[in-house]
Design a protein around this ligand. Structure first.
Ligand code: THG
Length: 265
Protein backbone atom coordinates (compact mmCIF):
# COMPACT_ATOMS: atom_id res chain seq x y z
CA UNK A 1 0.00 0.00 0.00
CA UNK A 2 1.26 3.42 -0.93
CA UNK A 3 0.30 5.48 2.11
CA UNK A 4 -0.43 9.18 1.66
CA UNK A 5 -0.56 10.71 5.14
CA UNK A 6 -3.71 12.87 5.40
CA UNK A 7 -3.13 14.73 8.66
CA UNK A 8 -1.71 18.04 7.36
CA UNK A 9 -5.09 19.28 6.19
CA UNK A 10 -6.35 22.73 7.17
CA UNK A 11 -9.87 21.39 7.61
CA UNK A 12 -8.54 19.71 10.77
CA UNK A 13 -8.86 22.31 13.52
CA UNK A 14 -5.33 21.98 14.96
CA UNK A 15 -3.76 22.34 11.52
CA UNK A 16 -5.91 25.32 10.48
CA UNK A 17 -4.94 27.07 13.71
CA UNK A 18 -1.23 26.26 13.27
CA UNK A 19 -1.23 27.62 9.71
CA UNK A 20 -2.88 30.92 10.71
CA UNK A 21 -0.51 31.31 13.68
CA UNK A 22 2.57 30.52 11.58
CA UNK A 23 3.29 27.69 14.04
CA UNK A 24 5.87 25.75 12.01
CA UNK A 25 6.80 23.38 14.86
CA UNK A 26 3.30 21.85 14.99
CA UNK A 27 3.35 21.19 11.24
CA UNK A 28 6.84 19.70 11.46
CA UNK A 29 5.78 17.35 14.27
CA UNK A 30 2.83 16.00 12.25
CA UNK A 31 5.14 15.51 9.25
CA UNK A 32 7.70 13.63 11.38
CA UNK A 33 5.05 11.47 13.10
CA UNK A 34 3.55 10.41 9.77
CA UNK A 35 7.00 9.68 8.30
CA UNK A 36 7.92 7.50 11.28
CA UNK A 37 4.59 5.66 10.94
CA UNK A 38 5.53 4.71 7.37
CA UNK A 39 3.86 7.32 5.12
CA UNK A 40 5.19 7.30 1.53
CA UNK A 41 3.81 10.79 0.79
CA UNK A 42 2.76 13.64 3.06
CA UNK A 43 -0.46 15.25 1.83
CA UNK A 44 -0.58 19.03 2.27
CA UNK A 45 -3.93 20.82 1.99
CA UNK A 46 -4.73 24.47 2.80
CA UNK A 47 -8.02 24.47 0.88
CA UNK A 48 -10.11 26.29 3.50
CA UNK A 49 -8.08 29.49 3.10
CA UNK A 50 -9.57 31.07 -0.02
CA UNK A 51 -7.21 33.70 -1.42
CA UNK A 52 -4.30 32.69 0.80
CA UNK A 53 -4.15 29.06 -0.33
CA UNK A 54 -1.14 29.39 -2.68
CA UNK A 55 0.93 31.17 -0.02
CA UNK A 56 -0.06 28.74 2.77
CA UNK A 57 0.49 25.65 0.62
CA UNK A 58 4.02 26.84 -0.19
CA UNK A 59 4.67 27.37 3.52
CA UNK A 60 3.41 23.86 4.33
CA UNK A 61 5.67 22.26 1.69
CA UNK A 62 8.71 24.14 3.01
CA UNK A 63 8.08 23.11 6.60
CA UNK A 64 7.38 19.47 5.75
CA UNK A 65 10.54 19.27 3.65
CA UNK A 66 12.59 20.79 6.48
CA UNK A 67 12.06 17.59 8.51
CA UNK A 68 11.45 14.71 6.09
CA UNK A 69 12.69 13.32 2.77
CA UNK A 70 9.25 11.87 2.05
CA UNK A 71 7.76 13.86 -0.85
CA UNK A 72 4.53 15.85 -0.59
CA UNK A 73 1.18 15.12 -2.17
CA UNK A 74 0.14 18.64 -3.14
CA UNK A 75 -3.61 18.63 -2.49
CA UNK A 76 -5.74 21.37 -4.03
CA UNK A 77 -8.58 21.80 -6.50
CA UNK A 78 -6.90 25.07 -7.57
CA UNK A 79 -4.18 24.69 -10.23
CA UNK A 80 -2.67 28.04 -9.18
CA UNK A 81 -2.12 26.83 -5.62
CA UNK A 82 -0.50 23.64 -6.93
CA UNK A 83 1.82 25.63 -9.19
CA UNK A 84 2.84 27.88 -6.27
CA UNK A 85 3.71 24.83 -4.14
CA UNK A 86 5.69 23.30 -7.00
CA UNK A 87 7.94 26.39 -7.07
CA UNK A 88 9.38 25.36 -3.70
CA UNK A 89 8.97 21.54 -3.64
CA UNK A 90 12.26 19.60 -3.91
CA UNK A 91 12.31 16.10 -5.41
CA UNK A 92 9.37 14.41 -7.12
CA UNK A 93 5.96 15.30 -5.68
CA UNK A 94 2.53 13.79 -6.13
CA UNK A 95 -0.05 16.11 -7.71
CA UNK A 96 -3.42 15.76 -5.96
CA UNK A 97 -5.21 16.10 -8.26
CA UNK A 98 -6.07 16.52 -11.90
CA UNK A 99 -9.68 15.88 -13.00
CA UNK A 100 -11.85 16.34 -16.05
CA UNK A 101 -13.17 19.65 -14.67
CA UNK A 102 -12.20 22.19 -17.32
CA UNK A 103 -10.21 24.64 -15.19
CA UNK A 104 -8.21 21.89 -13.46
CA UNK A 105 -7.66 19.91 -16.64
CA UNK A 106 -6.61 22.85 -18.84
CA UNK A 107 -4.23 24.33 -16.28
CA UNK A 108 -2.67 21.18 -14.84
CA UNK A 109 -2.17 19.02 -17.92
CA UNK A 110 0.68 21.26 -19.22
CA UNK A 111 2.22 21.27 -15.72
CA UNK A 112 2.40 17.46 -15.45
CA UNK A 113 3.08 16.71 -19.15
CA UNK A 114 6.42 14.97 -19.67
CA UNK A 115 7.32 15.06 -15.96
CA UNK A 116 8.04 12.23 -13.55
CA UNK A 117 5.50 13.56 -11.03
CA UNK A 118 3.02 11.11 -9.54
CA UNK A 119 -0.45 12.28 -10.58
CA UNK A 120 -3.78 11.49 -8.94
CA UNK A 121 -6.48 11.40 -11.63
CA UNK A 122 -9.72 12.15 -9.78
CA UNK A 123 -12.94 10.90 -11.40
CA UNK A 124 -14.77 14.23 -11.43
CA UNK A 125 -16.05 16.31 -14.34
CA UNK A 126 -18.17 19.42 -14.81
CA UNK A 127 -21.21 17.14 -15.31
CA UNK A 128 -21.74 16.48 -11.58
CA UNK A 129 -20.62 13.67 -9.29
CA UNK A 130 -20.21 10.20 -10.81
CA UNK A 131 -22.43 7.55 -9.20
CA UNK A 132 -22.02 4.27 -11.09
CA UNK A 133 -18.99 2.26 -12.25
CA UNK A 134 -19.83 3.41 -15.80
CA UNK A 135 -19.87 7.11 -14.85
CA UNK A 136 -16.47 6.72 -13.22
CA UNK A 137 -14.92 4.62 -16.00
CA UNK A 138 -15.95 7.17 -18.67
CA UNK A 139 -13.98 9.86 -16.82
CA UNK A 140 -11.06 7.53 -15.99
CA UNK A 141 -10.73 6.49 -19.67
CA UNK A 142 -10.48 10.10 -20.85
CA UNK A 143 -8.11 11.17 -18.07
CA UNK A 144 -5.75 8.20 -18.29
CA UNK A 145 -5.57 8.28 -22.09
CA UNK A 146 -4.81 12.00 -22.19
CA UNK A 147 -2.22 11.72 -19.42
CA UNK A 148 -0.46 8.98 -21.40
CA UNK A 149 -0.67 11.07 -24.59
CA UNK A 150 0.97 13.87 -22.61
CA UNK A 151 3.88 11.57 -21.70
CA UNK A 152 2.94 10.74 -18.13
CA UNK A 153 3.94 7.13 -17.50
CA UNK A 154 1.12 4.76 -16.59
CA UNK A 155 2.97 3.72 -13.43
CA UNK A 156 2.95 7.35 -12.26
CA UNK A 157 -0.85 7.62 -12.52
CA UNK A 158 -3.11 6.98 -9.50
CA UNK A 159 -6.80 6.83 -10.47
CA UNK A 160 -9.12 7.98 -7.67
CA UNK A 161 -12.68 6.79 -8.39
CA UNK A 162 -14.01 9.20 -5.71
CA UNK A 163 -15.35 7.82 -2.44
CA UNK A 164 -18.78 9.16 -1.52
CA UNK A 165 -20.70 8.70 1.76
CA UNK A 166 -22.68 5.52 2.43
CA UNK A 167 -25.10 7.71 4.37
CA UNK A 168 -26.16 9.36 1.08
CA UNK A 169 -26.62 6.34 -1.20
CA UNK A 170 -26.72 2.65 -0.40
CA UNK A 171 -24.79 1.73 -3.58
CA UNK A 172 -21.74 4.02 -3.17
CA UNK A 173 -19.53 1.43 -1.44
CA UNK A 174 -20.04 -1.33 -4.01
CA UNK A 175 -19.84 1.05 -7.01
CA UNK A 176 -16.52 2.33 -5.67
CA UNK A 177 -14.84 -1.04 -5.12
CA UNK A 178 -16.15 -2.39 -8.43
CA UNK A 179 -14.57 0.62 -10.15
CA UNK A 180 -11.22 -0.21 -8.54
CA UNK A 181 -11.47 -3.74 -9.97
CA UNK A 182 -12.32 -2.41 -13.45
CA UNK A 183 -9.49 0.16 -13.45
CA UNK A 184 -6.91 -2.42 -12.45
CA UNK A 185 -8.04 -4.76 -15.25
CA UNK A 186 -8.38 -1.99 -17.90
CA UNK A 187 -5.04 -0.23 -17.38
CA UNK A 188 -2.26 -2.72 -16.55
CA UNK A 189 0.49 -1.17 -14.41
CA UNK A 190 -1.65 1.72 -13.15
CA UNK A 191 -2.14 2.60 -9.47
CA UNK A 192 -5.30 3.53 -7.62
CA UNK A 193 -5.81 5.86 -4.66
CA UNK A 194 -8.64 7.39 -2.68
CA UNK A 195 -9.63 9.48 0.30
CA UNK A 196 -11.15 6.51 2.02
CA UNK A 197 -12.72 8.12 5.09
CA UNK A 198 -15.42 9.89 3.08
CA UNK A 199 -17.27 6.56 3.06
CA UNK A 200 -18.20 6.99 6.74
CA UNK A 201 -19.25 10.65 6.62
CA UNK A 202 -22.34 11.21 8.75
CA UNK A 203 -22.05 7.89 10.60
CA UNK A 204 -20.83 7.07 14.13
CA UNK A 205 -17.76 4.88 14.85
CA UNK A 206 -16.17 6.03 11.57
CA UNK A 207 -12.90 4.20 12.13
CA UNK A 208 -14.69 0.85 12.05
CA UNK A 209 -16.37 1.65 8.72
CA UNK A 210 -13.10 3.00 7.27
CA UNK A 211 -11.08 -0.07 8.28
CA UNK A 212 -13.60 -2.53 6.87
CA UNK A 213 -13.97 -0.54 3.64
CA UNK A 214 -10.18 -0.55 3.25
CA UNK A 215 -10.15 -4.35 3.33
CA UNK A 216 -12.97 -4.53 0.74
CA UNK A 217 -11.09 -2.14 -1.56
CA UNK A 218 -7.76 -3.98 -1.18
CA UNK A 219 -9.52 -7.22 -2.17
CA UNK A 220 -10.34 -5.54 -5.51
CA UNK A 221 -6.82 -4.16 -6.02
CA UNK A 222 -6.62 -0.76 -4.26
CA UNK A 223 -2.92 0.01 -3.76
CA UNK A 224 -2.85 3.64 -2.59
CA UNK A 225 -4.77 5.59 0.05
CA UNK A 226 -4.93 9.05 1.58
CA UNK A 227 -5.30 7.99 5.21
CA UNK A 228 -4.21 8.44 8.80
CA UNK A 229 -0.93 6.48 9.10
CA UNK A 230 -1.12 6.76 12.90
CA UNK A 231 -4.22 4.50 12.97
CA UNK A 232 -2.54 1.25 14.07
CA UNK A 233 -5.61 -0.91 13.55
CA UNK A 234 -5.89 0.38 9.99
CA UNK A 235 -2.22 -0.42 9.33
CA UNK A 236 -2.65 -3.95 10.77
CA UNK A 237 -5.73 -4.52 8.56
CA UNK A 238 -3.77 -3.40 5.48
CA UNK A 239 -0.88 -5.74 6.23
CA UNK A 240 -3.25 -8.70 6.78
CA UNK A 241 -5.35 -7.89 3.69
CA UNK A 242 -2.26 -7.63 1.48
CA UNK A 243 -1.05 -11.03 2.70
CA UNK A 244 -4.52 -12.53 2.14
CA UNK A 245 -4.71 -11.17 -1.44
CA UNK A 246 -1.36 -12.75 -2.35
CA UNK A 247 0.62 -9.50 -2.45
CA UNK A 248 3.04 -10.57 0.29
CA UNK A 249 5.24 -13.52 -0.67
CA UNK A 250 5.41 -16.14 2.09
CA UNK A 251 3.66 -13.56 4.32
CA UNK A 252 7.13 -12.08 4.90
CA UNK A 253 5.88 -8.56 5.47
CA UNK A 254 3.13 -9.84 7.78
CA UNK A 255 5.71 -11.75 9.85
CA UNK A 256 8.05 -8.75 9.92
CA UNK A 257 5.22 -6.51 11.13
CA UNK A 258 4.34 -9.02 13.85
CA UNK A 259 7.95 -9.13 15.06
CA UNK A 260 8.09 -5.34 15.06
CA UNK A 261 5.09 -5.28 17.41
CA UNK A 262 2.72 -3.71 14.87
CA UNK A 263 -0.16 -5.97 15.89
CA UNK A 264 0.01 -4.99 19.56
CA UNK A 265 -2.65 -2.38 20.21
N1 THG B 1 -9.39 12.23 -2.89
C1 THG B 1 -8.24 12.91 -3.11
N2 THG B 1 -7.75 13.83 -2.24
C2 THG B 1 -8.45 14.10 -1.10
C3 THG B 1 -9.65 13.42 -0.82
C4 THG B 1 -10.12 12.47 -1.77
N3 THG B 1 -7.98 15.03 -0.22
C5 THG B 1 -8.79 15.47 0.90
C6 THG B 1 -9.61 14.32 1.46
N4 THG B 1 -10.32 13.66 0.38
C7 THG B 1 -8.69 13.33 2.15
N5 THG B 1 -8.05 13.93 3.31
C8 THG B 1 -8.61 13.87 4.58
C9 THG B 1 -7.96 14.53 5.62
C10 THG B 1 -8.41 14.45 6.94
C11 THG B 1 -9.55 13.73 7.21
C12 THG B 1 -10.23 13.10 6.18
C13 THG B 1 -9.75 13.17 4.86
C14 THG B 1 -10.06 13.59 8.61
N6 THG B 1 -9.21 13.26 9.56
C15 THG B 1 -9.57 12.96 10.92
C16 THG B 1 -9.98 14.20 11.70
O1 THG B 1 -9.79 15.33 11.25
O2 THG B 1 -10.50 14.02 12.77
C17 THG B 1 -8.37 12.38 11.63
C18 THG B 1 -7.96 11.07 11.08
C19 THG B 1 -8.46 9.91 11.89
O3 THG B 1 -8.32 9.93 13.11
O4 THG B 1 -8.95 8.94 11.24
O5 THG B 1 -11.22 13.70 8.87
O6 THG B 1 -11.18 11.81 -1.60
N7 THG B 1 -7.54 12.64 -4.24
Amino acid sequence: MIIIGELINASRKAIGTAIEAGDADSIKKVATDQTEAGANYIDVNAGIFVGKEPEYLKWLVQNVQDVTDVPCAIDSPDPRAIEAALEVHKGTPMINSISLEKDRYDNLMPVVAGTDYKVIALCMSDDGMPETVDDRMKIADKLVNSLIQNNVKVENIFVDPLVQPMSVNNSFGVEFVNTIEKIVETFPGIHTACGLSNISYGLPARKFMNQTFMVMAISKGLDGAIMNPLDKKMIANIIAAEALTGKDNFCMNYLKAFRAGKFEM
